[in-house]
Design a protein around this ligand. Structure first.
Ligand code: GLN
Length: 454
């Protein structure tokens, strides 16, 4: 099969599926076919497993010449003039970018219902949400439109939609992947990561996009392993010590979700690992601390959308103040405004000590909890989300319920650790994921532990 045939088949499939599924915001058909034809003419490097592979990219990752909106009216007509570092790395490997996937506006949300443009559906049940904010990427992979996609994860946005759609999603260690060209939400938490059907594909993709970048001073100079090459047998968990936090199987977690995790724990024991109950006592404060920290950082990052340099500019203006106020009023959706107000308040004089500073202190307690457990455990296991995918419309008018979806994923971002979602079974007929949480820069162990189930 030629690259052109593969890319054509991919777009035919998307044309048949996406009018209902709504995973994509922008398709890159002409450029993709052109690149495929060039590759076929030159001949594809048979040793490079990524050459000619069609892949989708979340719409908060900038792509040169291809509209990038972050699912916001603010950026409806924004065409970037450069590629994000991850996109550049994929291009170098010969990956074909088929298009940009739907998401919650500026990655704020957990259902993709906050997109300014459309609501993506869950690939398994079109009455349910795909999760979010990387819901478009998850639905595109789970439906078979593409075999892999990039997402971003600030508090769960790769892992929760992966769980809801039964795919594999990795949020790597903070500093593993360059965020140059990722439209910033909360800079101390944001990570980019791969979303795939299999653990092995995920490992291949992480090796391809990870590594130091001079454009992102938070990236580590640590060597990037060939993660996939380490996956050759399914017994490598033998002798490992695994922690199962009691808080992760507590109140509010669906019984069938708990059963899936307990069954996975039994499987690890059968393979010669030990699984002990551990405790992360400050985990329960994670959501509160996160919404202060993430919103504070967002309120600062989103200042750049001023109606002058980027994106939407209001036509209804009489003076400079109007340019700022009316452009932002018209360009941002409700959830984005809620976060900007919350963040600005938390950082303001008189409230900083009570809110932002407290949240930063809580963050340290959460980091210490993880360190204590990971000192003598190879990794931590638990659910990704307390429930399987909910119905479209069910939670969107209730922000607090929506925020609680991420109670098990948010602490991992606060601590900067790697976290992966792998399919672990079903609850209420819908897929549910298991979360594996590792030591900093030890994605290898998570892939090995996930590969057991492949
Ligand atoms: N659902 C969380 C939020 O709304 C996490 C989003 C994310 O990881 N980008 O902030």
């Amino acid at each position: 099969i030629s690259v052109t045939d593969l890319v054509k088949a991919t777009f035919d499939n998307i044309a048949a599926t996406d009018p209902e599924l709504n995973a994509f915001l922008t398709l890159n058909q002409d450029a993709a076919l052109k690149k495929a034809a060039e590759m076929d003419e030159k001949g594809v490097d048979a040793d490079n497993v990524l050459a000619g592979i069609p892949l989708a990219i979340k719409d908060n990752i900038v792509t040169n010449g291809l509209t990038t909106t972050a699912a916001s009216k603010m950026l409806e007509n924004f065409v970037p003039v450069y590629d994000a570092t991850v996109v550049k790395q994929l291009n170098k490997q010969g990956v074909i970018n088929v298009g940009k996937t739907n998401m919650d506006e500026f990655a704020m949300g957990g259902s993709t219902e906050n997109s300014a443009f459309k609501t993506t559906k869950n690939a398994w049940d079109y009455t349910r949400v795909p999760g979010g904010s990387s819901g478009g990427s998850a639905a595109a992979v789970a439906s078979g439109e593409v075999i892999a996609a990039l997402g971003s994860d600030t508090g769960g946005s790769i892992r929760q939609p992966s769980s809801f759609n039964g795919i594999v999603g990795m949020k790597p260690t903070y500093g593993r992947i360059s965020r140059w060209g990722l439209i910033a939400f909360a800079s101390s938490l944001d990570e980019i990561g791969p979303m795939t059907r299999t653990v092995k594909d995920n490992a291949i993709l992480l090796s391809a996009v990870a590594g130091h970048d001079d454009h992102d001073m938070t990236t580590s100079t640590k060597e990037v392993p060939d993660f996939a090459a380490e996956l050759n047998d399914q017994t490598s968990v033998k002798g490992m010590k695994i922690g199962l936090p009691k808080e992760y199987l507590g109140e509010g977690v669906d019984q069938e979700v708990k059963d899936a995790i307990l069954a996975a724990a039994d499987k690890y024991r059968e393979l010669g690992a030990t699984v002990d109950e551990v405790s992360l006592p400050h985990n329960k404060y994670g959501v509160a601390a996160y919404y202060i920290i993430a919103s504070s950082e967002a309120s600062s990052n989103l200042q750049r959308f001023d109606g002058i340099r980027y994106g939407h500019r209001s036509k209804d203006v009489k003076n400079l103040e109007d340019v700022y106020v009316n452009s932002r009023t018209e360009g941002f959706g409700d959830e984005v405004k809620r976060r900007i107000m919350l963040g600005t308040f938390s950082l303001s004089a008189g409230f900083y000590d009570a809110y932002f500073k407290k949240a930063a202190q809580v963050r340290t307690l959460i980091i210490n909890d993880f360190q204590a457990v990971l000192k003598d455990h190879d990794f931590i296991m638990g659910p990704v989300a307390p429930t399987p995918a909910f119905k479209i419309g069910d939670e969107i008018s209730d922000p607090m319920t929506m925020y609680m979806n991420d109670v098990l994923t948010i602490p991992v971002n606060l601590a900067g650790l790697p976290g992966m979602s792998i399919p672990a079974g079903f609850a209420k007929g819908m897929p549910v994921g298991m979360q594996l949480i590792g030591r900093p820069f030890d994605e290898s162990t998570l892939y090995k532990a996930g590969y057991v189930f492949e």
